[in-house]
Design a protein around this ligand. Sequence first.
Ligand SMILES: [Zn+2]
Length: 155
Amino acid sequence: MPPLEISEIRIKLLENQRDKLRAFASLTVDRCVVVRDIKIIEGPGGLFVAMPSRKLMDRCFECGGKNHLRARYCNDCGARLESDRGESDLRGRPKLYADIAHPIHQAARDFVQGAILSAYRAEVERSTEEGYVAQSFEDLDYHAYEEWPEKELEG
Ligand SMILES: [Zn+2]
C-alpha cells in the first residue's frame, strides 16, 4: 500500500536541454494539499527530484539585517561578513537551503520521487507526439529557479 495517495502530478517541461533543470512539477496529495515548485534535475547520477526549498538566512552582527548565508557583505549596512556561517550537511558542504515541504521517511521519499519521475517520463513521451499541448501551469514560481546558483545543482 502506498504511504499516501497522489491525486495529481503536473509537469512543466523546460526547453533548454543544456540546462540541468529539466522540468517543474506540482503534486497534489489526497485531493487536498498541493506542493508546487518541485524541480526535476539531471544530476551526475541521473534524474532526481528536488523538493521546494528556501534560502537560509542569518542576521548581520552589525545591524541585525538578514542576509543569505553565502552573502559576503551585509545587504543593509555593507559590513563584511564571515565566509563560513551556518551549518554543514553530512558531507561537510555548507547548508544553504532548507526544504519547505518534503517526505519524512525513505519509503515516502521513494514513492513520491518514483511517481514524479514516471509522470515526467510520460510527459516527455507525450511531448514528442504531434499536436502536443503543454499542461497549464501559470501559477509557477519561475524566479525561484533563477535564484538557484549553478553550484547547488552539482551534487
Ligand atoms: Zn548589516
